[in-house]
Design a protein around this ligand. Structure first.
Ligand SMILES: Cc1cc2nc3c(=O)[nH]c(=O)nc-3n(C[C@H](O)[C@H](O)[C@H](O)COP(=O)(O)OP(=O)(O)OC[C@H]3O[C@@H](n4cnc5c(N)ncnc54)[C@H](O)[C@@H]3O)c2cc1C
Length: 412
């Protein structure tokens, strides 16, 4: 009898895991269970070109339509896994069907944190995670008017940029002093603030939402400062929470995500987790990391697949993500939860620069902003743990590669 590998969650991580299983020659049964009614798609375009209406829907999918049939992957879209019976090795679906598995991958991703303040239930208070959410938001953008964005994180900032590009009146409410402050700190966040201001976004730093008001639909937002902002609709982007319920109820170790080792295996042998839901021991950092980014799902899915096939592969990729807002683009490499200082190569005001986050004399993260083809070198610099001189780091005349020790196989 052939083995059955079940993947719960048909997002990016789940779809890439199924692809990798076939690429690696697994010839057993693969069942990919997805709560959404669509085939797996990528989410970054939902706050960028797809949201603006600049690309066709077909461009967002992970695979062409025929892929799953051609590769004998049983994609079961529109079905939710509701229980996990570890003793019987069965996943129970929402219609009561039980699926026996030999190996299980939990790739259930994350979902937006929801506000529960007065008026949260009003029509026009929107969140953005799925393509269905995005289509609803697109329709609002088409109608024009005034938008209040709650939260100056990545989703809030990108939605604000799309809405301004479409000509809407946009206000961003954010308890932080600048957008993206939690991840990037004040100095780099200030560069994003200035870009939004230049494009006519009204920024309300240090201001939280207190309530949504309106008859049936939201008409205004009451702020923590006590004033109100009239609007036609609201987008809330206040972070996500990992979808751990299946694992938690079954007794698998969870915390902020499903706790997995460096091979992405959970506390229960044969059950793996990948993508936004996985809180994985990271060999480079020597601690657990949960990452909510596209690149992590892209690589963790296949790594989990290899380990489902007993290949014993550690996942040690450094975090990498990107963002596009207006005419600017950036890539961020590494992880800076705390840092001592930020060193700039180039002037942030010029909107072409690289920022480095340092702990002691070591670079722990770097962000290239409208500067390209350097993220691989930044990654080598972080991995090398080399001590660097601030002046050299800041000097555009010193090739970045020259700061990477020879042993790291540096690129120029
Ligand atoms: C609007 C938006 C823009 C983004 N932009 C960027 C970007 O620019 N750069 C970047 O690096 N990252 C970006 N991200 C983050 C990136 O998309 C995520 O990190 C990535 O989608 C994670 O993939 P995943 O497969 O782990 O989870 P998900 O994409 O969340 O997929 C999980 C899937 O599992 C399903 N599921 C959950 N529970 C169950 C269940 N019990 N049974 C069956 N199915 C279930 C969910 O419905 C979902 O379809 C963005 C995210 C969003 C929402």
């Amino acid at each position: 009898m052939t083995d059955t590998f079940v993947i719960a969650g048909a997002g990016f991580a789940g779809a890439k895991a199924a692809e990798a299983l076939r690429e690696e020659g697994f010839d057993g049964r693969i069942v990919l269970i997805g709560a959404e009614h669509d085939r797996p798609y990528e989410r970054p375009p939902l706050s960028k070109d797809y949201l603006r209406g600049d690309v066709e829907r077909e461009t967002i999918y992970v695979h062409p339509e025929g892929f799953y049939v051609e590769h004998d992957v049983e994609l079961q879209a529109g079905r939710r896994a509701v229980e996990l019976d570890l003793a019987r090795r069965e996943l129970v679906l929402d219609d009561g069907e039980s699926l026996r598995y030999d190996r299980l991958l939990l790739a259930t991703g994350a979902e937006p944190r929801r506000l529960s303040i007065s008026g949260s239930e009003l029509d026009g208070v929107l969140y953005l995670r799925s393509v269905t959410d995005c289509d609803a938001l697109r329709e609002r953008l088409d109608r024009g008017g005034s938008l209040v964005v709650v939260g100056g994180g990545w989703i809030g900032s990108e939605v604000a940029a799309c809405a301004r590009t479409r000509g809407l009146d946009v206000t961003v409410l954010d308890p932080q002093t600048v957008p993206l402050e939690r991840v990037l700190g004040h100095e780099v966040g200030a560069a994003y603030r200035d870009i939004h201001l230049d494009h006519g976004v009204r920024m309300r730093p240090g201001t939280a939402v207190a309530a949504f008001e309106g008859a049936d639909s939201v008409e205004r937002v009451r702020t923590s400062a006590g004033d109100t902002i009239d609007c036609d609709f609201v987008v809330v982007g206040v972070g996500v929470r990992p979808c751990i319920e299946l694992a938690e109820r079954a007794g698998i170790a969870v915390g902020d995500g499903i706790l997995v080792d460096e091979r992405l295996e959970s506390s229960v042998p044969g059950v793996f987790a990948a993508g936004d839901v996985a809180n994985a021991h990271h060999p480079f950092y020597g601690e657990r990391v949960r990452v909510e980014h596209w690149n992590n799902a892209l690589h963790q899915g296949p790594t989990a697949a290899l380990n489902m096939l007993d290949r014993a592969v550690a996942y040690d990729a450094l975090q990498y993500f990107f963002s596009d807002q207006y005419e600017t683009g950036m890539e961020y490499t590494g992880l800076a939860r705390t840092w001592d200082r930020v060193v700039f190569r180039g002037d942030p005001a010029s909107r072409e620069f690289i920022a480095f986050w340092l702990t002691g004399d070591r670079v722990v993260a770097g962000m290239n902003f409208n500067v390209w083809d350097v993220s691989e070198t930044i990654q080598q610099l972080i991995r090398s743990r080399a001590e660097v001189d601030d002046a050299q780091l800041a000097d555009p005349g010193v090739p970045l590669g020259a700061l990477v020790p020879e042993a790291e196989g540096r690129v120029a």
